[in-house]
Design a protein. Structure first.
Length: 328
């Protein structure tokens, strides 16, 4: 049996992706074969498929760091043909053939049932971006993030992680400041529940090591100088979840916010999240963390054969929210 896949190669000219037919025998090893129904396109996927980021650990490889589908066959008793399942992280689409294909074969320990409260499509509207947002909020709540500490700033708010984070925080009752350089999406972010939508300049941030405390916490997709400034403006015992580096991987700060205000910087890594916690976050995303506006966050559903254009649009920041690939 042959099927369509977005396979990524490293050549003398660089990294390139090709839509081509392949067989099950060519897939990475694993106990569970999944017929992929949906996968999300994440910024990381676009970087890996185009070679603009050093994401992939081996070549050739099918891209796609998440998937939702139906079990085709299983050598593990926990799963049987017909089960609806979801996989994200664990090296999928980085060192192991991923979800940008009509079939995938993965280790059984990576596979989770589609949570109650979610469809397969909804799982991939959330995808790795939504999981990352959920993991960030979970870590903040575990570290005693409360509404009385002040509003939560979400940077890169019109992107996938940011959009889901704004929606999740809003429904949990937090005041949320959505920061985006793309003002054409102000109404979109307001509809997701943002209390305020602004640009970076509108925040009027200072540059001293310790500034007036204004924010209860931060979910940051940007890094660099913006993150440094937000740390200095975070209130007593607030939490900053560091998720991305859209601006820079560098961070120039001091210990003052940590030792004088008890501010915590929390790392959020979706790839190597422990499986018990991964399962717990997915369960919550079908329950108390399920966004109220998933279909609004879904920007576009695209067939697998058209995925190449999606990579370019994401990297050129022409899209907002989430893009889902229909692999069937």
């Amino acid at each position: 049996m042959s099927f369509l896949a977005c396979r990524i190669y490293k050549t003398d000219e660089g990294v390139e992706h090709r839509l081509e037919q392949m067989s099950l025998e060519e897939l990475s090893d694993g106990e569970v074969v999944i017929r992929v129904h949906y996968t999300g396109v994440n910024y990381k996927d676009a970087l890996g498929a185009t070679g603009r980021g050093q994401i992939l650990k081996r070549f050739p490889l099918n891209g796609g760091i998440d998937l939702a589908g139906v079990v085709e066959s299983s050598e593990d008793g926990r799963f049987k043909p017909g089960d609806e399942v979801v996989v994200n992280g664990c090296g999928l689409g980085e060192s192991h053939d991923g979800g940008l294909a009509q079939y995938a074969r993965v280790p059984a320990d990576w596979v989770m049932p589609v949570p109650n409260g979610l469809t397969m499509q909804e799982c991939m509207i959330l995808g790795t971006a939504g999981f990352t947002a959920g993991l960030a909020i979970h870590r903040m709540l575990e570290n005693n993030q409360t509404k009385d500490k002040g509003p939560i700033v979400v940077t890169g708010a019109s992107g996938g992680v940011g959009s889901v984070a704004v929606d999740m925080l809003s429904q949990l009752g937090f005041e949320t400041i959505a920061v985006s350089g793309r003002r054409e999406f102000d109404d979109y972010l307001t509809q997701l529940g943002a209390s305020e939508v602004c640009s970076i300049d509108d925040l009027n941030l200072g540059s001293r090591p310790l500034e007036k405390g204004r924010f209860g916490g931060v979910i940051d997709n940007v890094g660099g100088s913006l993150l440094s400034q937000l740390i200095a403006h975070t209130n007593l015992w607030g939490n900053i979840a560091s998720i991305g580096l859209a601006d820079s991987h560098k961070l120039d700060t001091t210990v003052f916010p940590m030792i004088l205000r008890g501010v915590s910087i929390l790392g959020v890594s979706s790839t190597n999240c422990p499986m018990p916690l991964r399962k717990a976050i997915w369960q919550r995303m079908g329950a108390d963390l399920k966004p109220n506006h998933l279909q609004r966050i879904l920007t576009e559903e695209v067939p697998l054969k058209a995925v190449s254009g999606v990579f370019d649009d994401l990297l050129d920041r022409k899209k907002h929210g989430r893009i889902v690939i229909n692999c069937q």
